[in-house]
Design a protein around this ligand. Structure first.
Ligand SMILES: Cc1cc2nc3c(=O)[nH]c(=O)nc-3n(C[C@H](O)[C@H](O)[C@H](O)COP(=O)(O)OP(=O)(O)OC[C@H]3O[C@@H](n4cnc5c(N)ncnc54)[C@H](O)[C@@H]3O)c2cc1C
Length: 385
């Protein structure tokens, strides 16, 4: 059976989140963008309504729901603030890595405060040497008695400034063919030698902190190694490939939806030649295109999330959703700007912000070329007659 409808519970949840977002997020989104301010004070409130731990088992402080509901939260936030949406999903990204790779003791130690929003977290893998070259990382973790000494620099890290907890990958050895083996480590804000470096100034997705994370001779006890030594590459990649890409797709869906809503409102209100421009067929075509891109993006995004909820592999589906939806959000935000004439580029309207947010979404979670490599690899295998 193919069923593309949300359950009644999911729709009720969406309505509840929408109410919260319209009260707490929508009115401030333009200012957070202008000031490039990440509203960290919202974390406990988002924790209280269940947004942060939505996909986390109840025994660890979460709501015990799934990835469809998690994606729903991100789409709803991104409809108003794609900047805050990337900060929230990066919190999910780190939690996903902990759920997947950490010991039971580590989960019990860290997850409850991440679910209730008393702590903020992030995942740091990208380095100046190139995010696409995941296995070419230079950060090192060297054994020091029972513990570790970690040195390196990560760049473009969301939540790198405000995070209390950061999961980072580091090279801890080589295999017998000389290839890097990565391990994941859990850092706490107070760790000596660990902390944020320079903050980047981005064109879009503002309202989230993005920048360097520095590890300078950081001494970690053995219990900060997350998962088995040398097995961290898969944990980081799984979190990015599933939670990261699902979320970037959801952000794109939120942006496209925002573009449609703003365009419909504007087209009905703007009068030219004595009638609303919504009566002009060329304007309707802009709107029709955006609707097609929205529906197709949503189908790809929620289908991939539903596969994940069923425990089925979905790496290619997440790559397709991410690559396609982000492209469509760039096109839709350009359509919205064109439809609005000069008003489209005035920051009195949010569509110029949506366009900046869409462009800034291209590389996060892996660039479009990287998504295409994943999709092509799968297609060459799966479509062999
Ligand atoms: C807003 C934002 C937030 C981010 N947040 C985080 C975060 O929280 N944590 C984190 O770890 N990282 C984060 N990143 C980093 C992001 O994951 C990287 O930007 C991404 O992986 C690309 O790496 P890069 O920017 O170094 O580009 P590069 O890897 O240097 O790529 C440069 C170009 O080369 C192309 N390219 C590379 N390899 C190939 C190939 N094999 N075939 C074809 N083309 C190729 C790319 O597509 C791109 O066009 C964030 C980035 C942004 C913009």
């Amino acid at each position: 059976m193919v069923d593309f409808t949300f359950t009644e519970d999911q729709e009720m949840l969406r309505a509840a989140f929408r109410e919260f977002i319209e009260a707490e997020i929508a009115p401030h989104a333009a200012k957070w963008d202008a000031d490039d301010y990440c509203p960290v004070e919202l974390w406990p409130k988002m924790g209280e309504v269940g947004m942060l731990g939505i996909f986390v088992p109840e025994e660890l402080g979460g709501a015990g729901l799934g990835h469809i509901e998690r994606v729903m939260v991100i789409e709803e936030i991104a409809r108003h603030s794609a900047g805050l949406a990337i900060a929230v999903f990066t919190h999910h990204l780190c939690m996903g890595a902990i759920l997947d790779g950490a010991s039971e003791d580590q989960k019990k130690k860290y997850m409850p405060s991440l679910c209730d929003g008393s702590k903020i977290c992030g995942l740091a893998v990208t380095e100046p040497g190139g995010g696409s070259d995941y296995m070419g990382q230079k950060t090192t973790g060297v054994k020091d008695g029972e513990g570790w000494i970690v040195n390196g620099r990560k760049c473009f890290i969301t939540n790198g400034g405000p995070a209390d907890i950061t999961v980072c990958t580091a090279v801890t050895g080589q295999d017998d063919r000389g290839r890097n083996q990565l391990s994941c480590f859990i850092f706490e804000k107070e760790d000596e030698g660990f902390g944020p470096g320079r903050k980047e100034h981005k064109m879009g997705l503002r309202g989230s902190w993005t920048g360097d994370v520095i590890m300078d001779e950081v001494r970690l006890s053995a219990d900060r190694l997350m998962g088995a030594e040398g097995k961290g590459a898969g944990v980081g990649m799984k979190a990015i490939g599933e939670i990261g890409r699902a979320s970037m797709s959801a952000i794109a869906c939120g942006i496209i939806r925002g573009c449609i809503e703003e365009s419909v409102k504007f087209a009905n209100e703007r009068v030219l030649y004595g009638k609303p421009i919504s009566k002009i067929q060329a304007i309707q075509f802009h709107i029709a295109e955006m609707r097609m891109w929205y529906e197709a993006s949503r189908l790809l995004t929620y289908r991939a999330a539903s596969l994940k909820d069923k425990g089925q592999p979905a790496i290619t589906e997440f790559a397709m959703a991410k690559g396609f939806s982000v492209d469509m959000s760039v096109k839709a935000s350009q359509n919205a700007i064109e439809l609005m004439g000069g008003y489209g580029v005035m920051n009195e309207y949010p569509v110029e912000r949506f366009h900046r947010d869409a462009l800034a979404s291209i590389s996060s979670g892996g660039t479009t070329e990287i998504q295409k490599l994943i999709i092509a690899g799968d297609t060459l295998r799966a479509f062999t007659a």
